[in-house]
Write a protein that binds this ligand. Sequence first.
Ligand code: UGA
Length: 431
Amino acid sequence: MKITIIGTGYVGLVTGACFSEVGHNVICVDCDAQKIELLQGGGIPIYEPGLEELVARNVASGRLSFTASTAEGVEKSDVIFIAVPTPPLDDGAVDLSFIEFVAREIAACMTSYKVIVDKSTVPVKTGEKVEETIKRYCKADCEFDVVSNPEFLREGFAVDDLMNPDRVVIGSTSDRANEAMQKIYQPFNAPIVFTDINSAELIKHAANSFLAMKISYINAVAAICEASGANVEEVANGIGMDDRIGRRFLNASLGFGGSCFPKDLSAFIRISDDLGYDFGLLKEVQKINASQMDRFVKKITDTLWVLKGKTIGVLGLAFKQNTDDVRMSPAIDLCNRLIKEGAFLRVYDPKAMDKAKMVLPDGDVLFVDDMNEVSIGCDALVVATEWPEFKQLDLVKSKEVMTVPIIFDGRNLLDPALVEKLGFTYISIGR
Ligand code: UGA
């Protein structure tokens, strides 16, 4: 198939690379000419395991190319994917101006039948608006279909998630469009859910909100574990073995972050409100997530008492493992709170240091290049992101160089028995 993808962010770029990997001819379009130049020169604007090799291989095979021209992308392909950002607005609603702009651009360039697929996360009924917009701006005789095809990839595992999806959701009532979509996804051998546009759009918000709810649920259970002396990991294992519940996304933490869950929850609450339903359950999910960070910071201040003049080591700045993304990162939120209390921070992240430098205040933070050097002179060490390599931290050396051997583990990454045996005071989540 000849496919164009508009938007080369996490979703657009990974989708383009994976579609070309299975044999389709893909053109990736972005209005950011600098980004296109970088991609044309073999550079990758984000860190995502496996992506660089995948892009290089498919560019070399001639199946993947990049352009800043939407007109070129629309002219040369039969199916046009929209994968542009849908950022949150202050009132919890979603900014759909990029989608609307791209819809007009596509309409203006169309000269033959096109399938226009929305891959960005959007509120239910956006597809209807896209269809209206294209009708309004295209030449009168142009045929087209609009499809909703939400994406479920996770940052850090994006290539694997896209190559091996649990399911593919296709929202469209047009046989012609469904046939084209089936051809695109046939090589992935995944179950396909054919549905209407509105249901497809809702599936995405409902899925992300459900996963966020799972995390808040286990975080609330963690609070009860702390109060009762139970162990949240044991509880998560025990309930997760029930197939109806499942163990995944039951890891207690200092809260979920990133560019999806917080935004999608707010959007889904807002959409429900607009449709006349007060989704109180999801409001509680947000409340638990916010209080999880408050409770964690309180553990630190309860233990260290005054933070002014103290040095705290922070391991992890990305919003989760395997990514350099710090958007809505709980680790960055935590750093800012500790700095506000007067602490000086020594921080390390395997991939997110450059992006963190752009958001953390100068002067209060020292970026350390080696995770084993972070603890030097620290009054406490905090694990803020679940990078697996933090399990390899040289704890014996850390204890020697710390002023006081205290570890706050916001991800339950370390083994409590081992850490305590080495003489640390160890405080984690729900255990
Ligand atoms: C999420 C969804 O998992 C994807 O399916 C979806 O496609 C994506 O949003 C999106 O809408 O684009 P992502 O934001 O990349 O993916 O990251 P997740 O792996 O879901 O993690 C989100 C946050 O929850 C992270 O801060 C993570 O550390 C936290 N988390 C996750 C926990 O605190 N506990 C868990 O058990 C799992």
